[in-house]
Design a protein around this ligand. Structure first.
Ligand SMILES: Nc1ncnc2c1ncn2[C@@H]1O[C@H](COP(=O)(O)OP(=O)(O)OP(=O)(O)O)[C@@H](O)[C@H]1O
Length: 252
């Protein structure tokens, strides 16, 4: 399986209140194409910091971050803003708790805008995304007037429209009630599977984490890995996941 993200001995800390707080302490990890990972851990353990580092929004103190760009895994140590922007535009999708939608625009234009950054236009995959996410009736609606669950589905469509190799999601269901949250999780994992997109998702919810194959638990600067669906034989894992998702989608 192709490695798309590699962190080697990553250290990151912040100076706050006059003292230094080590948040990540020699973290090593690899993410592979199509892999799905839930990132859990206590509040303040550094989950968002880790996502921000992988997206290039936060610098590292030491270690090396390599990302798959133009077909090879390359160290980002010498990347300038231009290379980071290009990576984010072409290969990355993000779904954060605050949806960060473009509020003056309607649903269709929010999704089209993300595509236009890659010189792409609306295509059959967008139709499929909108159909599966139940957005077809909402395409001309202004995003600011949509409900939280509807906005969340727009944010997912926007993040997956350009078929990114990596989706970073920070508590993507944090603003939704439990049932809506589970529906969003079911759709998110189903759509990402269709494009072989790797997901790294921060969550405080065990139920959301169960949609992912693997769990990384971040505590005291270190990551402990446990397997979720992969603990089962492949056929059992996929049928358990499919059953879970089918039940949730049936309740939609
Ligand atoms: N820019 C910053 N300046 C100073 N400290 C920061 C900064 N960003 C994060 N921190 C600190 O780093 C630690 C990790 O923060 P982070 O937001 O990554 O945690 P988290 O695990 O995502 O937390 P939560 O689950 O509560 O969202 C916290 O102690 C936080 O206060």
């Amino acid at each position: 399986m192709k490695t798309i993200v590699s962190l080697e001995n990553i250290c990151k800390g912040f100076i706050d209140g006059g003292s230094f707080h080590q948040v990540l302490d020699k973290v090593n990890l690899k993410l592979h194409q199509g892999q799905t990972v839930a990132l859990t851990g206590p509040s303040g353990s550094g989950k968002s910091t880790l996502l921000n580092i992988i997206a290039g929004f936060e610098s590292i103190d030491s270690g090396d971050l390599s990302l798959l760009s133009t077909n090879s895994l390359a160290s980002t140590s010498n990347w300038l803003d231009k290379q980071w922007s290009q990576f984010r535009r072409q290969h990355l999708g993000v779904v954060f708790q605050q949806f960060n939608l473009l509020t003056p625009l309607n649903v269709r234009d929010n999704i089209s805008f993300a595509l236009s950054l890659n010189q792409q236009q609306w295509n059959p995959w967008c139709d499929e995304l909108c159909q599966q996410l139940g957005l077809n009736e909402l395409l001309s609606r202004s995003v600011e007037n949509l409900s939280g669950g509807q906005q969340q589905r727009v944010a997912i469509a926007r993040a997956l429209a350009h078929k990114p190799q990596l989706l970073l999601a920070d508590e993507p269901t944090g603003n939704l009630d439990e049932q809506a949250g589970m529906q969003v999780m079911a759709l998110l994992t189903q759509l990402a599977k269709q494009t072989n997109t790797c997901i790294l998702m921060v969550t405080h919810s065990d139920q959301c984490a169960e949609f992912m194959q693997t769990r990384w638990h971040l505590q005291q600067g270190q990551i402990i890995e446990t397997h979720l669906a992969q603990d089962l034989a492949p056929s059992e894992a996929s049928s358990a996941l499919d059953k879970n998702k089918t039940n949730l989608l049936a309740n939609k």
